[in-house]
Ligand binder design. Structure first.
Ligand SMILES: NC(=O)N[C@@H](CC(=O)O)C(=O)O
Ligand SMILES: [Zn+2]
Ligand SMILES: [Zn+2]
Length: 433
């Protein structure tokens, strides 16, 4: 546990300037006149906005198996620099995180690094093969306390298996997060099915491949009385289905990625595989619908789907490149660009979609909490007026596949605090323990 910390000159949710005293990892005092004793560490926010630390419910960290592209340590550093205090590491590692041995390892390694809480996501099916349920109960009962299960990267496409998974998840009080992609509709598909893909000669990934699974899973969740979460919602039709399902009282939640909020398929004309992602970048109307849905709460939260890939897997022909893009260090700036600047969200809204809702959906008791006395000191400090230019080679990730490379974006995360320990100070991460 960290010692005492005085955080000076910060504005909770962009409100009035205050100082915050942290003791034993908790917010002990908030006020205008607070001062600290001589032994206390001081973090001067210089007028920064302070929000609860961000929670990413969808991150790929590639350890175990592809430590050449990201490790728990390098991914944790990227997360801390992005303002995150908790991330959920997806199960599509090698070996797959389908047993408690792996999920406990991910949790423990994250705690050893100590920059962010790395919560393991467990696989729904053994080896992500979609044939047999994994031992969800054992993973939930382990040291990693797995509370989110997903075959992300693949869809749990067998409806009977998905139904069983939802029933089992309800009993365990855990969440199934679905990568909604009907595989029969995306055979060979590499780009959004539309006029851009036709012109470029790229095989199309239709909206219906996502929407048919969203509709199906809403009905399966209804019948099982279970919760279901939709990963990386990407279409206007998905927003309509979510609206319908919520109206029916179905416990369905959804996330949107920063790249689906900012980019569309017109980026593909260069054939640069940095823009290849699953689900694919869609059209302007999808992007606009997703922004409105996030503002209205129909889409609950932003999740990065941070997906590091090696140069040899990305810098090749479009058809052969792996899908996925980096996201942890650029997420906040893209939310500011697409949601705050256009007036769709205020800073309380940013706290909600980046921290509070993902913590609630995943069941983290110590994240996404109000900035108030007695609450855990998990915080992100943001300079809303600063700008920065993304250099993919200078990010903390071991990989460089950022589609935002060269873009000048608003808002800089100036510090991150995890249980009273400063994990990122002015863009420098604390050296891992
Ligand atoms: N989003 C992607 O395009 N890729 C992800 C898998 C996934 O999220 O489906 C990956 O693991 O690389
Ligand atoms: Zn996915
Ligand atoms: Zn993913």
């Amino acid at each position: 546990m960290s010692g005492d910390l005085l955080i000076k000159n910060v504005r909770p949710y962009a409100g009035d300037l205050v100082n915050i005293v942290v003791r034993d990892g908790e917010i002990a005092e908030i006020g205008q006149e607070l001062t600290a004793g001589p032994e206390v560490d001081v973090l001067d926010g210089a007028g920064a906005i302070v929000l609860p630390g961000f929670v990413d419910m969808h991150t790929h960290l590639r350890e175990p198996g592809r430590e050449d592209t990201e490790t728990i340590e390098t991914g944790s550093a990227a997360a801390a620099l992005g303002g995150y205090t908790a991330v959920f590491a997806m199960a599509n590692t090698d070996p797959v995180a389908d047993t408690a041995v792996i999920t406990d390892y991910v949790w423990r390694r994250g705690q050893e690094v100590g920059l962010v809480d790395v919560h393991p996501v467990g696989a729904v099916t053994v080896g992500l093969a979609g044939k047999q349920l994994a031992e969800m109960g054992a993973m939930a009962a382990g040291a990693g306390k797995v509370r989110v299960f997903s075959d992300d990267g693949k869809c749990v496409d067998d409806p009977l298996l998905m139904r069983r998974a939802l029933e089992y998840a309800k009993g365990l009080d855990v969440l199934i997060a679905q990568h909604a992609e009907e595989p029969r509709l995306t055979v060979g598909a590499i780009a959004h099915e539309g006029s851009v893909a036709s012109r470029l000669g790229l095989a199309g990934w239709p909206r219906a491949a996502e929407e048919s699974i969203v509709a199906r899973d809403a009905l399966l969740a209804r019948d099982a009385g279970a919760r279901v979460h939709i990963c990386h919602a990407s279409t206007e039709g998905t927003v309509e289905l979510l609206t319908w399902a919520r109206g029916q009282g179905i416990a369905i939640t959804a996330e949107v990625t920063p790249h689906h909020l900012l980019l569309d398929d017109t980026r593909l004309h260069t054939y640069d595989p940095v823009n290849k992602v699953n689900p694919p970048l869609r059209e302007d109307r999808d992007r606009q619908a997703l922004r409105r849905a996030l503002a209205d709460g129909i889409v609950d939260c932003v999740a990065t789907d941070h997906a590091p890939h090696a140069a040899q897997d990305k810098c090749c022909e479009f058809a052969n490149a792996r899908p996925g893009m980096l996201g942890l260090q650029t997420a906040l700036s893209i939310v500011v660009e697409t949601m705050v600047r256009p007036g769709l969200l205020d800073w309380r809204g940013v706290a909600k979609v980046m921290s509070e809702r993902p913590a609630q959906i995943t069941g983290l008791p110590d994240q996404g909490r109000p900035i108030a006395v007695g609450e855990p000191a998990n915080l992100a400090l943001i300079d809303p007026d600063a700008e920065w230019t993304v250099e993919s080679g200078s990010l903390a990730s071991l990989s460089e596949n950022s589609p935002f490379d060269g873009m000048t974006l608003p808002a800089v995360v100036v510090a991150t605090v995890l249980r009273g320990g400063v994990t990122n100070n002015g863009g420098k991460v604390r050296s891992p323990r």
